[in-house]
Design a protein around this ligand. Structure first.
Ligand SMILES: Cc1ncc(C[n+]2csc(CCOP(=O)(O)OP(=O)(O)O)c2C)c(N)n1
Length: 689
């Protein structure tokens, strides 16, 4: 059956009342729909006009789609924006934020008052330029960088399927809707997201594509000629094209999508800035205030006579009634949760509430540390991470692992972990494919969904491919953990394309991101513990490909990495003239340098620095105690110097990289680039005069 035929068939199965409720055949219903949609249009025009900036075009064009979705399909309750089993709505085209704010106001989200709408884009308002998660109740994810929201939604839909498999349809059974624009679909990340969703047959994911054929530069034809329906179909989606201003067509398409056995994309043909008589249908409606004359003419054309920011009481009442639709569903869901077996209920509530099993985590960490104390391991930190994960993943069922096609290299899949598949969504390991950007954004969606702590893997050099999503995880304060292995020239023969040089510095530049670079197996489990405990931000674990000695011998209950840096080896006489700082694989170089200096009667201490961010956030006295006041500070890291001055000072010396690496066995590379104990000693001697 062709897609339009399917739609017709689906339309035919709708109850007669639903079928006529918003049709032209029923003028009253159509008038009601138009009034409600025009309320969105008016608020968008007026708010953008008042702010003298913003994007009226998308909210005006997509108002019909949003009205049908929010008044007839979306499961939500403004009285509890965080209801775990609500449908998710992601406005991927975040520039159209006034669409979402207008909806939240009209539907009766308590905090979204008309004053907030009037304060669009003003400091401290709940209506920032682009929707911000955690700032505005009802906003599911921060969007604005095009493509991210769509990929977040894929993660949310994965989370839904996974938790559904674990807890059952009585408690987890909801849809994820996305409103995506041309820009979202032009971004490369959309391909990764679409392909993954199609492969995993995420049938509860529905993308409404605001197919208006206009972007900032003008008609889409200037830059794009993709047939999006065919594109989605080829990725395993159900896809169709409808008139995005026809409420019955929108409703019928959503009905079909909800019954589909795969994700659905509905290309809704719309007119950007619908209603604006001269600017509508052109790029002029995209991203600027329409102007008073155009707004007056649009009001006229739409038959909207209410003054700015005023919604006629009958229309507001219709919206508020729509806002109450979901309450009975929420109450019956609460009843089903209450009726669960006590243990299952407690676990569900713990998971979804993000309650952390601290005791289980400490026990798992202790077990790993005890084993390492008993039988020290000279292994790569990526292998140490796998060793840690064996204990961590069994203690924390919320951990959902993965890798972007580097499973065997990233060591993120433990022996007992099943892969997630269409046949079994309970699997706890996602084969993301070679899709680092989509993976990182999907992980954000999983964390936002709740109930899951996503972690995954790729090479550190490809953090560049994940960066926009990592930045958003940091901005949203989401706990996602990126295992990034092959963290320096120490990866050897793959050469400079694969050897990160500037990546540690670049990642450390992102606010609210913790970059951990453990030196050995003991630090690796400690850094994992800290990453898991970082509830309000993402972490990167930079891990080696090559083996490193276990520097920490014997059992130590304390998490010595918790301060970000600690004195691994004190000076023999407690009055070091040289402080040797290092991270990761270079800590053992610092240890060797200390020995060489001791032979020359130069007293040195070694400070391991697994996490800059924790050190720099530590109280002043503790930070300066760790940094110390030796005559000479030297830092060693097989990356660039940037960032280290905060620890060693501008007069400190740095042994590391100043350019790209090379292809050779790693020991040759360390010698070639002068990152050796001997080089550190030479620098120390020079500094000491
Ligand atoms: C990654 C990214 N690149 C560029 C932009 C700037 N930008 C905002 S909207 C937009 C394109 C607008 O076209 P479309 O997505 O079709 O939205 P519409 O004009 O229909 O509102 C661009 C380039 C962005 N927000 N994100």
């Amino acid at each position: 059956m062709s897609m339009p035929d399917r739609l017709v068939a689906a339309g035919a199965t709708l109850a007669p009342a639903a079928r006529v409720s918003a049709t032209g055949a029923n003028p009253a219903a159509r008038a009601e729909h138009d009034g409600m949609a025009n309320a969105i249009r008016a608020l968008a025009m007026d708010a953008v006009e008042r702010a003298k900036s913003g994007h009226p075009g998308l909210p005006m064009g997509a108002a019909d789609i949003a009205t049908v979705l929010f008044t007839r399909f979306l499961k939500f309750d403004p009285a509890d924006p965080a209801w775990p089993d609500r449908d998710r709505f992601v406005l991927s085209a975040g520039h159209g934020s006034m669409l979402l704010y207008a909806l939240l106001y009209l539907l009766g989200y308590e905090k979204m008052t008309i004053e907030q709408i009037k304060s669009f884009r003003q400091l401290g308002s709940l209506t920032p330029g682009h929707p911000e998660y955690g700032h505005t109740p009802g906003v599911e994810t921060t969007t604005g960088p095009l493509g991210q929201g769509l990929a977040n939604a894929v993660g949310m839909a994965i989370a839904e399927r996974h938790l559904n498999a674990e807890f059952g349809s009585d408690v987890v059974d909801h849809l994820t809707y996305v409103l995506a624009s041309d820009g979202d679909l032009m971004e490369g990340i959309s391909q990764e997201a679409i392909a993954l969703a199609g492969h995993l047959k995420l049938k509860k994911l529905i993308v409404l594509f605001d197919d208006n054929g206009i972007s900032i530069d003008g008609p889409l034809a200037l830059a794009d000629s993709v047939d999006q329906v065919k594109r989605f179909e080829s990725a395993g989606w159900l896809a169709t094209r409808i008139d995005g201003h026809d409420p019955i067509a929108i409703a019928a398409a959503i009905e079909v999508a909800r019954a589909s056995d795969r994700p659905t994309m509905i290309a809704c043909r719309t007119i950007i800035g619908f209603g604006a008589p001269t600017k509508g249908g052109t790029e002029k409606a995209h991203g600027a205030a329409l102007g008073t004359d155009e707004i007056a003419a649009a009001r006229n054309k739409l038959g909207w006579s209410a003054p700015a920011f005023e919604i006629p009481s009958a229309i507001l009442a219709q919206w508020r009634t729509a806002g109450e639709r979901g309450r009975p569903a929420r109450f019956s869901w609460q009843g089903r949760v209450a009726a669960l077996d006590r243990q299952k209920r407690a676990e569900f509530e713990r998971r979804i509430g993000g309650e952390f099993p601290e005791k289980k985590l400490s026990a798992a960490v202790r077990a790993v540390k005890e084993k390492l104390a008993e039988a020290p391991k000279e292994i790569a930190t990526r292998s140490a991470s796998e060793f840690a994960l064996e204990s961590l993943t069994s203690a924390l069922p919320e951990m959902l692992g993965g890798s972007a096609d580097l499973t065997g290299s990233n060591n993120t899949r433990t022996k007992t972990m099943k892969a997630m598949s269409v046949a079994d969504y309970s699997g706890r390991f996602v084969h993301y494919g070679v899709r680092e950007h989509g993976m990182a954004a999907a992980m954000n969606g999983m964390a936002l969904h709740g109930g899951i702590i996503p972690y995954s893997g790729t090479f550190l050099v490809f953090s560049d491919y994940c960066r926009p999503a990592i930045r958003l995880a940091a901005l949203m304060g989401q706990r996602v953990i990126h295992v990034m292995t092959h963290d320096s020239i120490g990866l050897g023969e793959d050469g400079p394309t694969h050897q990160p040089v500037e990546h540690l510095a670049a990642l450390r530049a992102i606010p609210n991101l913790k970059v951990f670079r453990p030196a050995d197996a003991v630090e690796t489990i400690e850094c994992w513990q800290l990453a898991l405990q970082s509830r309000s931000g993402p972490s990167v674990l930079a891990l080696t490909r090559q083996n490193v000695p276990q520097l920490r011998q014997g059992y130590d209950e304390r998490n010595r990495c918790a301060l970000g840096a600690y004195e691994l080896l004190a000076a023999e006489d407690d009055s070091a003239v040289v402080s040797l700082f290092a991270s990761g694989s270079e800590v053992s170089i610092a240890v060797a340098a200390k020995k060489l200096l001791a032979e020359r009667k130069i007293s040195a201490r070694v400070v391991s620095v697994p996490c800059f961010e924790l050190l720099l956030a530590a109280p002043e006295d503790q930070r300066s105690a760790v940094i110390g006041n030796a005559e000479v500070n030297i830092a060693t890291e097989a990356g660039i110097r940037q960032g280290w001055d905060a620890i060693i000072g501008s007069s400190g010396a740095f042994v590391g990289m100043t350019g790209f690496g090379a292809s050779a066995p790693y020991k040759d590379l360390y010698r070639h680039f002068g990152i050796t104990a001997e080089a550190v000693v030479e620098v120390a001697l020079k500094k000491l005069g």
